[in-house]
Design a binder for this molecule. Structure first.
Ligand code: SAH
Ligand code: DHB
Ligand code: MG
Length: 222
């Protein structure tokens, strides 16, 4: 079992099941050309986010961690005509690259980008009454995962879905002695989820072109 095989299978799945989309392809290319880290969700993961958002009939979506807007475009595509997506990003360069990518996808009117540390912009989003959200994608600094989850829960309606990316990290999440602060952040999230009676959650390990990782899926309302 190897990375080459996982990548070949992702290529096979994407060829058949993920329709080409010029704006999504352009977003990946422009993000790479601008020197952004190549850590966006894969095409098949992007389509999973799109399908999950459609399954909960999301009209309001919150994303924490925009990067170049690749996952933003997938989620924006899941919205009905009057739907809205708020996406939070701390890095001004990422924010600017995402703005171009989102515009090219024709989503500028539906997507509300906020520049700043998410723990500073989330209170503003809450104060404006931008929620309640039907779907939240948490994909920023993993150290703050518990805080992001708590905000997501506070800003979500019953029946909302919350997805957290990068929760396995090559299996390191199961190591109680881990010194990686990002993994420690995910372990604190898991402990919070275990205690939280207002949600029901599970975590799925994944392999693919981005290696061995996984995501947590949380349903708001036990
Ligand atoms: N969701 C994107 C990938 C996000 S990568 C996709 O799949 O296409 C993580 C992003 O979170 C990076 O752009 C990083 O700059 C941003 N980030 C890191 N710390 C942050 C913080 N405290 N607040 C907001 N954004 C943050
Ligand atoms: C990293 C961040 C991500 O959101 C991701 O999907 C993969 C890697 C990282 O910071 O290494
Ligand atoms: Mg991620």
């Amino acid at each position: 079992m190897s990375q080459d095989l996982w990548t070949a299978v992702d290529d096979y799945i994407e060829e058949l099941l993920v329709a080409p989309d010029a704006a999504l392809d352009a977003a990946r290319e422009a993000s790479a050309a601008a020197g952004l880290p190549e850590i966006a969700v894969t095409p098949s993961q992007g389509k999973l986010l799109y399908l999950l958002a459609r399954m909960v009939r999301a009209r309001r979506i919150l994303e924490i961690g925009t990067l170049g807007g690749y996952s933003t475009i997938w989620l924006g595509r899941a919205l009905p005509p009057r739907g809205r997506l708020v996406t939070l990003e701390a890095d001004a360069k990422h924010f600017d690259v995402a703005r171009e990518n989102i515009a090219r996808a024709g989503l500028s009117k539906r997507v509300d980008q906020r520049l700043g540390l998410a723990l500073e912009t989330l209170p503003l989003v809450a104060a404006e009454g931008a929620g309640p959200f039907d779907f939240v994608f948490i994909d920023a600094d993993k150290e703050s995962s518990v805080e992001y989850f708590e905000w997501a829960l506070r800003l979500s309606r019953p029946g909302a879905a919350i997805v957290v990316d990068n929760v396995i990290r090559d299996g390191e999440v199961a190591d109680p002695e881990t010194e990686d602060e990002r993994v420690q952040g995910i372990r604190r999230l898991n402990e919070a989820l275990a205690r939280e009676s207002r949600v029901s959650a599970t975590t799925i390990q994944t392999v693919g072109s981005k290696g061995y990782d996984g995501f947590t899926l949380i349903l708001v309302g036990a």
